[in-house]
Design a protein around this ligand. Structure first.
Ligand SMILES: NC(=O)c1ccc[n+]([C@@H]2O[C@H](COP(=O)([O-])OP(=O)(O)OC[C@H]3O[C@@H](n4cnc5c(N)ncnc54)[C@H](OP(=O)(O)O)[C@@H]3O)[C@@H](O)[C@H]2O)c1
Length: 325
């Protein structure tokens, strides 16, 4: 009896990975460690990641070079660059029938690129930060994987999606089906409303409120930012109910009152956020920002260092490394 090889659909392909950032590097290393060896990394001219990818044993070319070589291209460059990468580097060089894989439904869902009709369009998304794709894999685990096929030109797109997710380690935890639209909307809403935007807004607003009330920045930082990790770990491991069971009754009672009030207050803002995401207005906004040279992003980043909450965090971390209060 022959055993089923979950990576079979990938073993027969020459795979190009475009981008060697958080996801690109992790995918390339995991796939190689899973036994997929015909991989090349595609980077832009003058890429700061070139030396790293070469030092880690990959053959590196320009995006155009690897696109001319590969049967399948995993586009793991920044979303805002997908359109120019497709138009300038992949479309003019790709062999007919070359498949395209994405780790986020964004650029296809919002029409940033319009791949050729002979291209499979595949979502193979490890759900979480790119660095965790590698660190979890190294621990013998993986991130949850989601797959979708927007176009199955070859008739084998599903097999390729599943093999790819197996290769990066998602099969160790769970692989689920989705659509490009569902993944794009859910990912954007989750990161804006909760995981990044919501969390940061709550942390900064509560830090400001506490310090305005006379609490020391260090204490405010510990209570509103530093401790987040312990609660997030509890929710990750046991769910929200399990987290409530693990904290004091005082904390739970106050939190349940606040939870209800905040959820009601946030309703209109969440409606607006969802509308912006679904309608494509958020994507238009981000495209415009990118085309203009990202002035708002640069200003926000430049302002971070001077924020009192950042100052409090830096001082706390410096203190914790070496000493005691
Ligand atoms: N499914 C999920 O939960 C999830 C989570 C996070 C990210 N993602 C997706 O994964 C993809 C990559 O994200 P990431 O976090 O790995 O990003 P990242 O760490 O910022 O890496 C981006 C990579 O894109 C490259 N790049 C940027 N502009 C380029 C251009 N014009 N031409 C060629 N390469 C360019 C960068 O090149 P250099 O090395 O030369 O700077 C870098 O290697 C995105 O589609 C993102 O949405 C999905």
């Amino acid at each position: 009896m022959t055993s089923h090889d979950p990576l079979a659909a990938l073993r027969s392909r020459k795979l190009a990975i475009v981008g060697y950032g958080n996801h690109g590097r992790s995918h390339a290393l995991n796939l190689r460690d899973s036994g997929i060896t015909d991989i090349r990394v595609g980077l832009r001219q003058g890429s700061p990641s070139r030396a790293k990818a070469e030092a880690e044993g990959f053959t590196v070319g320009t995006v155009a070079e690897v696109a001319a070589w590969a049967d399948a291209v995993s586009i793991l460059a920044a979303d805002e660059a997908h359109a120019e990468i497709w138009e300038n580097d992949i479309a003019p060089n790709r062999p007919a029938g070359q498949a395209l894989l994405f780790c986020h439904g964004y650029s296809i869902q919002y029409g940033l690129l319009d791949p050729a009709p002979d291209a499979d369009i595949i979502l193979a998304a490890a759900k979480g930060p790119g660095g965790a794709v590698r660190t979890e894999y190294e621990k013998g685990r993986g991130l949850i994987g989601y797959w979708a096929v927007q176009r199955d030109a070859s008739g084998t797109a599903r097999d390729l999606a599943l093999a790819y997710l197996e290769g990066i380690g998602c099969g160790r935890v769970g692989i689920f089906e989705t659509t490009f639209e569902e993944e794009a909307v859910s990912d954007l809403f989750g990161e804006q409303a909760v995981l990044v935007g919501g969390l940061v807004a709550l942390a900064k607003a509560s830090f400001q409120r506490l310090t305005a009330a006379g609490v020391s920045p260090r204490m405010a930082y510990i209570d509103c930012v530093h401790e987040m990790k312990y609660l997030a770990d509890l929710i990750h491991d046991r769910g929200i109910e399990g987290m409530y069971a693990a904290i004091s009754d005082t904390a739970e009672f106050g939190a349940r009152l606040c939870e209800t009030e905040l959820a009601e207050a946030l309703g209109p803002d969440f409606d607006r956020l969802m509308d912006n995401i679904r309608s494509g207005r958020f994507a238009e906004n981000w495209n415009g920002e990118h085309r203009a040279g990202a002035p708002r992003m640069k200003a926000w980043r430049a302002g971070d260092r001077a924020e009192p909450v950042e100052q409090a965090g830096r001082e706390l971390r410096a203190r914790l490394k070496g000493g005691r209060d």
